[in-house]
Design a protein around this ligand. Structure first.
Ligand SMILES: [Zn+2]
Length: 409
């Protein structure tokens, strides 16, 4: 039996271990304080106990202070598998937190009690992100058991706070000097597709804007005495439509392949019909191709607002609620080709690179210059009632990860 086949077999023998580990992790709800929870500390303890029991070594603790949770910190854990060289690392980053179960009546079982139905594991968190997390642990275990030494350090990172903004997770970690290095590469197993073919290498830039249009309130029977902020705001939202024409360039990596500028949330203005509104607030969700300059986009938006100010006599304030951009991982980066080869071999599908609308933790690593891929063979059941994970996917992903750890495609 060749080495690859031996590795695959070794991973497949971990089926019972996977079920037990998934059961223990599912039993500890790791909800952020914003979601009415106490954070990830208890789940982190369960994971540390497992890693110790499996003989994988000691997890380094990289907590982020958060006074809202018992103990005052959110846990981030780092497990290192030493490689032949230590000056560069291959990272696999998964997150420990989960989203709430939602409407309990939609669940066929207790979300925090693992149900096993054939190859299907059911429970809150089993896919998002325990599938990727457990796959990475199984991969590291099998590499270690086989007595193989990875060419570079392998670092399994288990982070907090992915579902609610990452302030106490990866955002706190990228501020630690020397933790990530430019020659590192990373896999984030927290996205993907049902056949495992999609390798996400890029994200659109995100710009969330809040527009506050200031006019002058008065009685609606004498509109000449006021300045109607709602009317001016409505003209503004229509004029912003020109952005899609000015930023019409296409990149087929993305679906849709162009930048989008979508008016979304509208705040209530006056509660009654006979008052002319003196203030109007709405939001724009912009997803901009990475090649575009966000400052130029902002300058154009400002000038559109200036036009409405001049024409209607209102004031327009723009607040940037969120602004994030990251350089794409090159489609020919070694991590992309290695992953494509492993996916072809393990799942017999031709991998393809894709970009998405934005908002994964991969962006924080790409911003540091680390080639990062977001990938997994997943059922796309994240955040749903009766969330599930298929064992063959979890085990297959572990084989792919082990191959990447060993520097093979
Ligand atoms: Zn996730």
């Amino acid at each position: 039996m060749d080495e690859r086949e031996a590795l695959r077999k070794r991973v497949e023998e971990k089926r019972d271990l996977v079920i037990d580990l998934q059961r223990d992790l599912t039993a500890v709800p790791a909800l952020a304080p914003q979601n009415g929870g106490t954070g990830e500390a208890e789940k982190a303890q369960v994971l540390v106990r497992w890693i110790t029991r499996l003989g994988l070594g000691t997890c380094e603790s990289l907590p982020a202070a958060d006074s809202r949770v018992p103990g005052g910190e959110r846990p981030n854990l780092l497990l290192t598998l030493p490689g032949r060289v230590s000056d560069r690392s291959f990272w696999i980053m998964s997150h420990m937190d989960i989203v709430p179960p939602g409407e309990l009546s939609l669940w066929e079982s207790d979300p925090y009690k693992l149900v096993v139905k054939g190859d299907r594991l059911i429970g809150r968190g089993v896919e998002d992100n325990q599938q990727g997390l457990v796959s990475s642990v199984v991969a590291a275990l099998c590499v270690k058991e086989a007595g193989l030494v990875p060419p570079r350090s392998v670092k399994l990172l288990f982070v907090a706070d992915e579902e609610t903004g990452s302030e106490f997770g990866i955002q706190a970690l990228v501020k630690r000097p020397g933790l990530f290095r430019p020659r590192d590469e990373a896999l984030v197993p927290d996205g993907g597709s049902e056949d495992g073919s999609q390798i996400e290498i890029a994200e659109k830039s995100i710009l969330w804007l809040r527009f506050r249009v200031r006019g002058k309130q008065c009685h609606a029977s004498t509109p000449q005495k006021g300045i109607n902020a709602f009317e001016a705001g409505s003209h503004l939202v229509v004029r912003l439509g020109v952005l899609a024409e000015h930023y019409a360039s296409q990149d087929l990596l993305f679906d849709p392949p162009r930048s989008t500028f979508t008016p979304t949330k509208k705040e209530a203005n006056v509660p009654n019909i006979n008052t002319l509104p003196g203030e109007d607030i709405f939001h724009l969700d912009c997803r901009v191709l990475p090649r575009e300059d966000l400052d130029a986009v902002m300058a154009e938006i400002r000038s559109i607002c200036d036009g409405v100010q001049g024409d209607f006599g209102v004031g327009v304030d723009i607040q940037q609620v969120q602004r994030a951009s990251s350089p794409p991982t090159p489609a020919d980066a070694p991590i992309v080709s290695a992953l494509s080869r492993a996916v072809k071999d393990v799942y017999d599908v031709q991998a393809k690179t894709v970009g998405i609308g934005g908002g994964t933790v991969g962006a924080f690593l790409r911003k540091m210059g680390i080639p990062t891929v977001v990938w997994g063979k997943i059922g796309e059941a994240a955040h749903q009632p009766n969330e599930f994970c298929l064992l063959p996917n979890l085990l297959g992903d572990a084989v792919v990860m082990a191959r990447l750890m060993l520097g093979e495609g």
